[in-house]
Design a protein around this ligand. Sequence first.
Ligand code: ZN
Length: 291
Amino acid sequence: MRLVTFKDARGTRIGALDGAGQVLDLVAADPALPRDMLGLIAGGPAALAAARAAADSAPVAEGATLLAPIPRPAKNIFCVGKNYHEHAKEFASSGFDATAKEVVPEAPVVFTKPPTSVIGPHDPIPSYLDSSNSTDYEGEIAVVIGKPGRGIPAAEAHAHIFGYTIVNDVTARTLQHKHRQWILGKGIDGFCPMGPAIVTADAAGMPPRLAISTWVNGELRQRAAIDDLIFGIPTLIATISAAITLEPGDIIATGTPAGVGIGFTPPRFLKPGDTVRIEVPGIGVLENPVA
Ligand code: ZN
């Protein structure tokens, strides 16, 4: 099942996408369902089963506008840097990496983006907030946590995954380099487009069969399969949860493949009027204009 958050004249609530991509109004079919995604995820298997049952009889929500599936995460979004081999190389040779000498990291490079960075499908990416004019895209597959836990062993990580979505880890490269720590370059308001949907873990397969492609103005820039990750999803969950409790609805963006703007010589940064389109078959298309 593909779950979404949408708004219409009657407010904001959860929905599901049907085979044609139309939004099904789950709460209209079952008023007892939570109206928000964090509530649904926290409800565990029983709430998900109720949502699944509601989808069978839910009406199409006419005039629905999709928001990020989790419009306001409860805590910062976890992200992983340099987690595909070819991207680690292009980042090292770009001169924008101020963090380390080695090309391929010895352990996952984890940083976060604040909840205020999240925007939804088709929302403009505010590159005008990047005073350094070095805004770059990073198409990424993100994991959404279901069952909470701390000290989760990699072998049990799959039981804690609710589903998967798409994140664009938009980055102001000059700020990322200048401040060493990445949050100022990656935490800017609107620099975390997310969506369009969360595909539930059962629908994505175990391990998930997911591949990601990114286009800028129709030109293919990134393409990779999740199997290409240096540190796989079970390792990321084990690493982050070692001493930080992961909670329902927490998000881990798993890293970006090669093909970002700084991978080109000279760098090809985003500019107002550009469009970034990221597709993961099974999840959908996350497309945002640049403002
Ligand atoms: Zn990233």
